[in-house]
Design a protein around this ligand. Structure first.
Ligand SMILES: NC(=O)c1ccc[n+]([C@@H]2O[C@H](COP(=O)([O-])OP(=O)(O)OC[C@H]3O[C@@H](n4cnc5c(N)ncnc54)[C@H](O)[C@@H]3O)[C@@H](O)[C@H]2O)c1
Length: 439
């Protein structure tokens, strides 16, 4: 290991457990994908940790290792999976029902998938109104449910022999709620767990259990979860890294590619209309206005932050931005998104851009789950704690320090991610100044 490292990074010894609350389309596509890659049945396309390189030093030095050779990441073949769901299907059955991957491929990895049985979920109907399942824990208080989850995690560790773990929330989107007094401190939160406070969501009980055990946590959905003072306090107290919220996959990914480009050229924007049809279980949950409100908040926040209307009122002060998701079962997981973008240029002349993205939601999300697992484990071994803003790259609504605005521009996010890796290993940060080449 290089001696110039800025942080001491413990080696990735032993197996890494991946704990997934929610074993639906994203989780099973991720697990099946890792099992397929292990057997040479597919390639981990879309994953930075597996495919991307990182430039080090000057452009003349020709040093561009793969990220996975530059920082000591866990190997995907060392991952062990566990999860919870309100349905009893094992990972093979759930993957078949999600119908993202080819049945012929699933058949080849049936054996490892069938071994993954969901543990009983901590679930509340008020938080996800459209789903009803039998596999649910019963207890007197939310604190007892947290203890049952802690017990599940301990048993998973003993059963699989993993040395470290990471949790990624891949459960359904919970209904929108704002932080309340019960979320303001760890003490208030723990009292709320004892008293069964209705404002504590199931996703927060999972996160609490993970953080208590010193397990890093990422939130793939837009619900609050760890984005509260109480759970941030717990993460810092236990020296655990956390990040979220809401995987940046289809339409918002496109938005954060295009909006920075328009702004870079000082082109104006008068409207951005986004609509989607989606037919998977996620689409069904989002058909409920409460869950959709959580999504809408994260999807809408992006443009305002990128375009900075306060700095450019003439260009971006009057943007009409609308986002819709329509549940349309025939399409399953193959989402179709339309964007109509009304822009204006020189002397205010109007122009339009149309995007029709025929994407596959879980195919885009699975590599994000893999990268988050591996990077959070790295961060943990490097002693990094609390919000990991350098992982904003993966999220629609990146968690950030309370006194900062989030960074949404995907290119700034990528630079931040790579510079953080360079910083970890004591390499020069890359500024792209480059004057020295012309001395
Ligand atoms: N696929 C994407 O591109 C994408 C992008 C951003 C965010 N997300 C979010 O990721 C999450 C998962 O998406 P998906 O397509 O896999 O959805 P899905 O409906 O296929 O899977 C979610 C699973 O979570 C389970 N669940 C719900 N509440 C639970 C609880 N309290 N405990 C345990 N299990 C619970 C459901 O039964 C379901 O099986 C959703 O919140 C979605 O909004 C997905």
């Amino acid at each position: 290991m290089a001696t110039k490292d800025n942080v001491r990074i413990a080696p990735a010894e032993g197996k890494l457990g991946v704990l997934l609350p929610g074993m639906g389309a994203v989780s099973t596509t991720f697990i099946a994908g890792v099992e397929a890659v292990k057997r040479g049945l597919g390639a981990p396309i879309g994953s930075l940790t597996q495919l991307a390189t990182i430039r080090l030093g000057k452009r003349t030095e020709g040093r561009t290792p793969r990220i996975k050779d530059f920082v000591p990441l866990a190997n995907p073949s060392d991952l062990e999976f566990g999860g919870w769901d309100i349905y009893e299907d094992n990972a093979y059955e759930a993957a078949r029902k999600a119908a993202v991957l080819d049945p012929a491929l699933l058949e080849k990895i049936r054996e490892p998938l069938e071994k993954i049985h969901p543990m009983d979920a901590v679930f509340e109907q008020d938080y996800v109104r459209r789903l009803h399942g039998p596999n649910v824990k019963e207890a007197q208080s939310k604190m007892e449910k947290a203890e049952m989850l802690i017990d599940d995690i301990r048993q998973f560790k003993a059963r699989t022999g993993v040395s470290r773990m990471v949790m990624v929330w891949c459960g359904s989107t919970e209904v929108f709620h704002r932080p309340a007094d019960v979320h303001q401190s760890l003490k208030a939160f723990e009292a709320g767990l004892q008293k069964n406070d209705p404002r504590i969501a199931p996703s927060q009980i999972y996160a609490y259990a993970a953080l208590k055990l010193g397990i890093p946590h990422a939130n793939g959905a837009p619900n609050l979860t760890t984005d509260t003072p109480a759970l941030r306090e717990l993460a810092r107290e236990r020296n655990v890294p956390i990040c979220g919220k809401d995987f940046k996959t289809g339409q918002t990914f496109m938005k954060t590619l295009i909006a920075p480009g328009l702004k870079a050229r000082m082109l104006g924007l008068s409207g951005w209309y986004s609509t989607n049809i989606l037919g998977n279980r996620d689409g069904e949950v989002l058909d409920d206005p409460g869950s959709f409100k959580s999504k809408e908040e994260t999807k809408l926040s992006v443009l305002g932050q990128i375009l900075q209307p306060d700095l450019y009122p003439d260009l971006y002060g009057n943007v009409f931005h609308s986002v819709r998701i329509n549940y349309y079962p025939p399409r399953g997981d193959s989402k179709e998104g339309w964007d109509n973008i009304d822009i204006f240029g020189w002397l205010g002349y109007p122009m339009q851009i149309k995007i029709n993205f025929l994407c596959r939601d879980s195919i885009l999300a699975a590599p994000i789950v893999l990268d988050l697992v591996l990077f959070l484990d790295l961060a943990h071994r490097a002693g990094m704690r609390g919000i990991q803003e350098w992982l904003s790259f993966y999220f629609k609504a990146p968690m950030h320090a309370p006194n900062l605005y989030p960074e949404h521009d995907i290119f700034i996010q990528l630079m931040k991610l790579k510079n953080t890796l360079r910083w970890m290993r004591g390499e020069d940060l890359i500024t792209h100044l480059g004057l020295e080449y012309y001395d």
